[in-house]
Design a protein. Structure first.
Length: 603
C-alpha cells in the first residue's frame, strides 16, 4: 500500500517536483514535532515562573508599604524629639512640654513648612493638643480642601483621642470635591521620660504616593489591591468607591485565621491568585488578587510566537526547498534546451555557463560543449572547403583567358585611340586594363582599401562612358584609412548591383555615393544609390540568409555568384564576428549598403 502511494506521488514526475517534495517532508515533520514539544515544556515553565514572580512581587509590595509607614513613624519620632529638645533649650523642665506655648508654636510652624517644602508627597500636617484641639497646621493650598469640622473629620479626631498607645492609626480623607482621597496617618506625641501624652500629630499624604506601590498589580487587567484595617473595613481598595466600606466575609474569615497565604480560587469562571500578608504592627493587612490569565499571558504570546515561527519556518522551508530544487535542476534544463537547439540544426550556441552547481553537471556541460564545438569545426571545415572549391573554379575560369593576350590587345586599342585623338576610348581601355590586372592577380585574397577603391574608380569610369550625364557618382574618402585591410573584389560587385538592380530600373538620373570613413577604431564604408530599392521579400530573404550563415551550415548554392551574398560571405571569412553588414532599403526610394569592419593595417 505504502509503495503504491509513493509510486503515485513520485513516479513520472519532474526532478524539481521530486526534490521539492522530499525536502519539505524531511524538514517539516521534525519541525512540527519539536515545535509541539517545545511549546508544552515552555508553557509549564512559564506557569510556574509566573506564580513565583507574583509571590515575590507581593512580598516586595509589603516591604515597600512597611517602609512607607515606617517613614511616617520615624518622622513623628523626629518631631517628638525636636519638641523635647526645644523645651529644654527654653529652660522648661525636661519632663514637661507645652505644645501650645508661643515659642513652640513658632517652632512647630517652621518644622511643618520645611517638611511640606521638601517633600511634595505631604498635603498637610496638623498638630493637636491632648484634648483634641487643633493647635497648628500647615497645608498645600493648591491641593488641600479638607473641612476640619466635617462628620468624617470629627469621627477621625475621636479615634485619635481614643488612641492611648504609641502606634500609628490610619484613614482615608476626601480632600477635593471630586472624591479624590488622601492617605492620613496619626500618632500620639508621648514624652519619652514621663510618658505623658502631649498631643497628636497627623500627616496627610497624597494617595498616589501610597497607591504607587500597587501599580504593578493594578496595571494588570483584573488586578486588585486591598488594604484591610483591623479585619473590618477597607482602608484602601483599587476600586476607590469601596474605601471605608466593610470587608467581604470571605476575606475577613481568612484574615482572622492566617497571617500570610497564597492560593488559587475560581471566581466568576476565572482562576484568581490571592495573596495575604500583614503589615508591621499596624493592624493592616494587604490582600492582592490577580487573574491567572494575566500572569500566564506569556503563554498566549508563546502560542502566537510558536504559530508565527511555524508558519515562517514553513515558508522558509518551502522557499529554500523550491530554490534548492531549482538550483539542482536548472542546469539540466539549460542543457536540455541547448540540446533541443542543436537538434534543430543551430550549432552556434556559444559557451553556456552553468554557474555554481555540482561537479557532475559541470562535467556534463563541458563534454556537451566539446562535442558541439567539434561538430561545428567539422562543418566549418566542410563549408570553407566548398567555398575554396568555388573560388578555385572561378580562378580556373578566369585563367582560361590568356592575360598577356588581353593586355596586348588593350595596349593596341589604347595606342590607336591616342593616335586618332579619341581620349575617351584611351581612358576606357586604360581603366579596363587596370581592372583586368587587379582581378586576375590571384596571389592575394586581401588588399589595402586604397587598391580596392582604385579598382572601383576604374569600374565607375567605364560605366560613366555608357550612362554619360545620366549617372552621378560622388566619392567621400578619408585618406587616413586607405592603408586598412579589406577583402578583394567586394566594392566593385556592390557598385555593379547598384547599377544593374537599382539605377537602371528607375527613370531619371541615377546617383551613387561611395563613402569610406573612420568610426572610432573601425572603418565604415557606405554605397548609397537612388535606385529601385529592395522589395520587402528580398530584403527579408537576405536578412534570413545572414542569420543562417551564423550557423555552421547553410545552402552553399546561394553564394555561387559574385553578388551580394558572395560579398558578405567573403567578408565574413576575413573578419568573422567582427563584421557588420547591413542593408537599408526602401522600395522605389533607393538602397544603402553599410560595411563596418575593424580598422586593421594591411601588411
Amino acid at each position: 500500500m505504502m509503495r503504491k502511494l509513493v509510486n503515485r506521488i513520485f513516479n513520472m514526475r519532474s526532478m524539481q517536483y521530486q526534490l521539492l517534495l522530499t525536502y519539505l517532508l524531511i524538514n517539516l515533520v521534525p519541525l512540527i514535532i519539536v515545535g509541539s514539544l517545545s511549546y508544552r515544556v515552555a508553557a509549564d515553565l512559564i506557569t510556574r515562573e509566573a506564580m513565583q514572580n507574583n509571590d515575590l512581587l507581593l512580598q516586595s509590595i509589603n516591604r515597600n508599604v512597611n517602609s512607607y509607614l515606617k517613614e511616617i513613624y520615624d518622622q513623628s519620632d523626629i518631631f517628638t524629639a525636636l519638641i523635647i529638645k526645644n523645651a529644654a533649650a527654653d529652660g522648661t523642665s525636661s519632663i514637661h512640654a507645652d505644645l501650645s506655648d508661643p515659642v513652640n508654636l513658632a517652632y512647630l510652624s517652621t518644622y511643618m513648612k520645611d517638611l511640606l517644602d521638601n517633600d511634595e508627597e505631604y498635603i498637610s500636617i496638623r498638630i493637636f493638643s491632648d484634648d483634641g484641639q487643633l493647635i497648628s497646621y500647615a497645608r498645600n493650598a493648591d491641593t488641600y480642601n479638607h473641612k476640619y469640622n466635617s462628620p468624617e473629620e470629627l469621627t477621625w479626631q475621636q479615634l485619635m483621642k481614643d488612641n492611648d498607645g504609641d502606634d500609628l492609626i490610619f484613614d482615608m480623607h476626601t480632600f477635593e470635591v471630586n472624591g479624590i482621597y488622601s492617605f492620613t496617618a496619626s500618632r500620639a506625641i508621648i514624652h519619652p521620660v514621663s510618658g505623658e501624652r502631649l498631643g497628636y500629630i497627623s500627616y496627610d499624604k497624597s494617595l498616589s504616593s501610597f497607591a504607587s506601590y500597587f501599580r504593578e498589580i493594578e496595571y494588570r487587567s483584573g488586578g486588585i489591591m486591598q488594604i484591610v484595617r483591623n479585619n473590618d473595613t477597607y482602608l484602601y481598595h483599587s476600586n476607590h468607591a469601596r474605601i471605608g466600606k466593610p470587608v467581604d466575609d470571605s476575606i475577613r474569615s481568612r484574615l482572622e485565621t492566617i497571617r500570610a497565604d497564597s492560593f488559587v480560587a475560581e471566581m466568576n469562571g476565572k482562576d484568581i491568585i490571592f495573596s495575604y500578608n500583614t503589615l508591621m504592627n499596624s493592624g493592616l493587612a494587604v490582600v492582592g488578587s490577580v487573574p491567572m490569565s494575566e500572569l500566564t499571558e506569556g503563554l498566549q504570546s508563546l502560542r502566537d510566537i510558536t504559530l508565527a515561527v511555524s508558519i515562517l519556518s514553513l515558508i522558509l522551508v518551502f522557499l529554500l526547498s523550491y530554490y534548492l530544487s531549482i538550483y539542482m535542476t536548472r542546469p539540466i534544463q539549460r542543457l536540455n534546451s541547448l540540446m533541443t537547439r542543436v537538434e534543430s540544426g543551430n550549432f552556434n550556441i556559444g559557451r553556456e555557463k552553468m554557474g555554481n552547481t555540482n561537479r557532475e553537471i559541470h562535467q556534463l556541460n563541458n563534454s556537451f560543449h566539446s562535442m558541439v564545438t567539434r561538430i561545428n569545426q567539422l562543418i566549418k571545415i566542410q563549408y570553407e572547403t566548398e567555398l575554396h572549391k568555388k573560388d578555385a573554379e572561378l580562378k580556373a575560369l578566369l585563367m582560361q583567358i590568356n592575360p598577356h593576350f588581353l593586355y596586348n590587345t588593350l595596349e593596341v586599342i589604347n595606342g590607336i585611340a591616342d593616335y586618332e585623338g579619341v581620349e575617351q576610348i584611351s581612358e576606357i581601355t586604360q581603366s579596363l586594363s587596370k581592372m583586368l590586372r587587379y582581378n586576375i592577380d590571384l596571389s592575394r585574397d586581401q588588399v589595402a582599401l586604397a587598391d580596392e577603391l582604385e579598382n572601383s574608380r576604374n569600374f565607375v569610369l567605364i560605366l560613366k562612358s555608357r550612362f554619360e550625364d545620366q549617372l552621378d557618382v560622388q566619392w567621400d574618402i578619408d585618406d587616413t584609412i586607405l592603408h586598412c585591410k579589406i577583402a578583394k573584389m567586394v566594392l566593385q560587385p556592390l557598385l555593379e548591383n547598384s547599377i544593374k538592380h537599382g539605377v537602371e530600373k528607375k527613370l531619371g538620373k541615377g546617383f551613387i555615393r561611395i563613402s569610406a570613413n573612420r568610426n572610432g577604431e573601425r572603418v565604415e564604408i557606405r554605397i548609397a544609390d537612388n535606385g529601385a530599392g529592395f522589395s520587402a521579400d528580398k530584403l527579408s530573404d537576405f536578412e534570413r540568409y545572414k542569420r543562417m550563415s551564423g550557423h555552421s551550415y547553410f545552402d552553399m548554392s546561394a553564394s555561387s555568384n559574385l553578388g551580394l551574398k558572395n560579398v558578405f560571405n567573403r567578408l565574413r571569412i576575413v573578419f568573422g564576428e567582427e563584421l557588420i553588414f547591413d542593408i537599408v532599403s526602401e522600395e522605389h526610394e533607393g538602397t544603402t549598403v553599410i560595411i563596418n569592419i575593424p580598422g586593421i593595417d594591411y601588411k
